[in-house]
Ligand binder design. Structure first.
Ligand code: ATP
Length: 303
């Protein structure tokens, strides 16, 4: 048994997000291009002799009980393997919360990985992914990481080649968007063909390693709901393009917006404008990062 593990849980953005239809059971069938980015939460797992799961976090408004996804992930494996020791989970959040970056799902994936390692349970990544889907539809992807096509309700995953490296500017406005609200207002079965993003075009761009094609095809059908409700999302997209991004899009159900830059200088200048300059009033959290790259992808969840 390992007494202390330090983990990184990376956030994701969507290069494409399409909703094909709303099923009779209320779930939505999606086609999404997922991409891990270099923004991560820090998670420490500390073994303790006394039984129980204890969660500590730097954000006062996050739950520390079974409603936190890190708690759920630890409990799932510890119950299944009848582990009678305890664990303290220290969660340091940096990924914006409720922002469309799968922060909670990624934390859960890292804890599944960490508990498996700490107690030497011997589960493979696939076995962790099978268990992860019980916690959330995005958890299997967060175990896998990298560039992937996600289908079904998010649980059917196909790995894609890594996207060419570039700078990614991420900006989250000071609004909260409820994923439930967005899907309820989408009316997925009444969308016009031209409202669906060209997911196959993005995949083709990835296979060709053509960042311009990928950037030209970026699309998220959920913007049809969120931008109408929160015009600031469009304002941030426009600013990023004005500052030299070759493409810009809202991630997930929002409100986080990202911009893709091929010039490090333009990306740095845009970051400064969004953070301290003329556009600083638009976003509360601003980060300059990269796509999480191939070399790191092979290392698994723990870095
Ligand atoms: P997604 O991209 O999957 O929609 P998200 O970025 O919208 O995810 P999260 O940040 O993962 O949303 O979590 C949103 C909600 O989940 C929060 O309101 C929070 O109370 C709850 N939550 C539970 N565990 C966590 C966690 N470890 N980190 C963040 N939020 C958590």
């Amino acid at each position: 048994m390992i007494k202390h593990l330090r983990l990184k849980a990376y956030g994701k953005i969507n290069l494409g997000l399409d909703v094909l239809r709303r099923r009779e059971d209320g779930y939505h069938e999606v086609r999404m291009i997922m991409q891990t980015v270099g923004i991560f939460d820090r998670i420490d797992l500390i073994w303790k002799e006394a039984p129980g799961i204890q969660v500590e976090t730097n954000l006062y408004y996050l739950p520390t009980n079974e409603n936190n996804l890190v708690y759920k992930a630890a409990k799932l494996l510890m119950d299944e393997f009848r582990i009678t020791d305890g664990v303290t989970i220290r969660l340091n959040k940096f990924i914006p919360v409720a922002a469309g970056m799968a922060g909670g799902s990624s934390d859960a994936a890292a804890v599944l990985f960490g508990i498996n390692k700490m107690f030497q349970l011997g589960l493979t990544a696939e076995q962790l992914m099978e268990r992860g889907v019980k916690i959330g539809a995005d958890v299997p992807y967060c175990v896998m990481r990298g560039t992937a096509l996600s289908e079904g309700i998010g649980e059917i995953l196909t790995a894609l080649p890594p996207v060419p490296q570039c700078q990614v500017l991420i900006a989250k406005p000071a609004i909260s968007v409820s994923t439930k609200f967005v899907y309820e207002h989408l009316h997925a079965n009444e969308l016009r063909p031209d409202q669906h993003p060209d997911i196959d075009g993005i995949i083709d761009g990835i296979r060709r390693q053509d960042l311009r094609q990928i950037s030209a095809k970026l699309g998220n059908v959920l913007e049809t709901v969120t931008i109408r409700e929160y015009p600031v999302i469009q304002e941030i997209k426009d600013r990023m393009l004005e500052y030299g991004a070759i493409g810009s899009l809202m991630s997930g159900s929002g409100p986080t917006v990202f911009g893709i830059f091929t010039s490090p200088k333009a990306a740095q200048d845009a970051y400064e404008e969004m953070r301290f300059g003329d556009a600083a009033h638009l976003a509360k959290q601003v980060y300059l990062t990269n796509f999480y790259n191939q070399k790191e992808q092979t290392k698994g969840v723990q870095m």
